[in-house]
Design a protein around this ligand. Sequence first.
Ligand SMILES: NC(=O)C1=CN([C@@H]2O[C@H](COP(=O)(O)OP(=O)(O)OC[C@H]3O[C@@H](n4cnc5c(N)ncnc54)[C@H](OP(=O)(O)O)[C@@H]3O)[C@@H](O)[C@H]2O)C=CC1
Ligand SMILES: O=C(O)CCC(=O)C(=O)O
Length: 478
Amino acid sequence: MSLHQNFIAGQWVGGEAIDNINPSNTNDVVGQYARATAEDAKNAIAAAKAAFPAWSRSGPAQRHAVLRKAADEITARKEELGRLLSREEGKTLAEGIGEATRAAQIFDFFAGEALRLTGEILPSVRPGVGVEITREAVGVVGLITPWNFPIAIPAWKMAPALCYGNTVVIKPADLTPACTWALVDILHRAGLPDGVLNLVMGKGSVVGQTILDSPDVDAVSFTGSVGTGSRVAEASVRHRRKFQLEMGGKNPLVVLDDADIDVAVDCAVNGAFFSTGQRCTASSRLIVTNGIHDKFVKAMIDRLGKLTIDDALKDGTHIGPVVDQSQLDQDVDYIAIGKDEGATLAFGGERLNRESPGFYLQPALFTETTNAMRINREEVFGPVAGVIRVKDYDEALAVANDTDFGLSAGICTQSLKYATDFKRNSEAGMVMVNLPTAGVDFHVPFGGRKGSSYGSREQGRYAAEFYTTVKTAYQSAG
Ligand SMILES: NC(=O)C1=CN([C@@H]2O[C@H](COP(=O)(O)OP(=O)(O)OC[C@H]3O[C@@H](n4cnc5c(N)ncnc54)[C@H](OP(=O)(O)O)[C@@H]3O)[C@@H](O)[C@H]2O)C=CC1
Ligand SMILES: O=C(O)CCC(=O)C(=O)O
């Protein structure tokens, strides 16, 4: 089996070979990937620093051409890349191909943005003086990404970073390096100059920490856990660098008495359990008003009973495995915690055996939960959701907002009044009406409030805020 190497200063560089294991079938090795050392990470940062002056001055046409070519290749290979993704992460093949398609769309979008760089010209308050406001690249950016969206998240960080003229050191999650490796290979062949994009795979505690500790990294964009996000923040403040954090969620889906029951169940099943619940936008709190509560729970149990949990690559699978043993242990622990707290396990929560050895878990639906329970306050990051019974819309909104997080929030209702009020008063960065809390567009801002996010938004035109720095230039006519 050939070794997928790190990519530093335009060269493929070896390292300790690590097996990338398929969570649907632990006998299946997806490939061998080289674990970088701290020294490799330092070399990658030095290469990115050396490449910055030329790349930051490269024209829009060059950046457009590279990003456009990458988008075309990802589109042409979306089935293959989607399969690779599903094999290394465990989301279903449809979800994997969907995510690969999304990565192509992101590169396509930022290829266009490279041609749309703008500034402003203003008259100064002083006669005879002009003012120009422009955006410039920030410098070397460190991108630290998680395992749950192994192609979309690296894409939505790399594409804007490169589009606006930054050079990049990317460290994907140790569990899922294959998709980022494929993207880096594609971008390299699409014509990026040496050193502009560097890949260092390996452990966060070694490679990620080296990025955080380097004075030569000018900005860090991170997606992952709250704990690691705090480390990124502390190190970045120490180095007075820009940083951006996307962390957890405890996203509410409110279901009101007047909701269309089929829409509500679709939203809840998709939002809570698809992608094995491993989404920071997952609806883990289902807040349901009294009048529809029992009907909703019955319909949920009925629907969950019809779902197939199996190998991510098999036809007909609705939910693939959990990503690895340690995440499975965390999910199972939280299911035990929910029971201990007095919640009723209305469906699932059992470990499942399938033809191939994998980390299979039945979706778990708790009822009779309170918003104070740990299962409703802490991010489980698995196929586990709790139903919270409330008396009316006002209580539903209060419970929805009573959380340390604020990424995504949804409501199912046919009432324009309540939908409008929820959009206005929900303390979340993204609000969904009659749609799942998870599953977002690629061309509009993504991010949250409170403990979920820090810094400016990712994606769409709003990404420019993070990946550029503003310059105000004054010039006298004299
Ligand atoms: N908001 C989200 O999208 C995500 C949230 N999570 C939450 O986090 C929990 C744990 O998942 P986990 O993957 O361990 O999350 P982490 O926050 O540990 O991982 C995210 C990324 O940060 C890296 N990292 C870890 N330690 C450091 C460090 N000291 N310095 C720099 N980078 C570091 C990881 O490296 P590596 O893992 O390769 O060692 C990975 O690339 C999940 O159960 C879930 O609750 C997880 C993933 C995504
Ligand atoms: O819901 C989505 O489409 C994106 C979610 C996400 O980025 C995440 O869970 O990390």
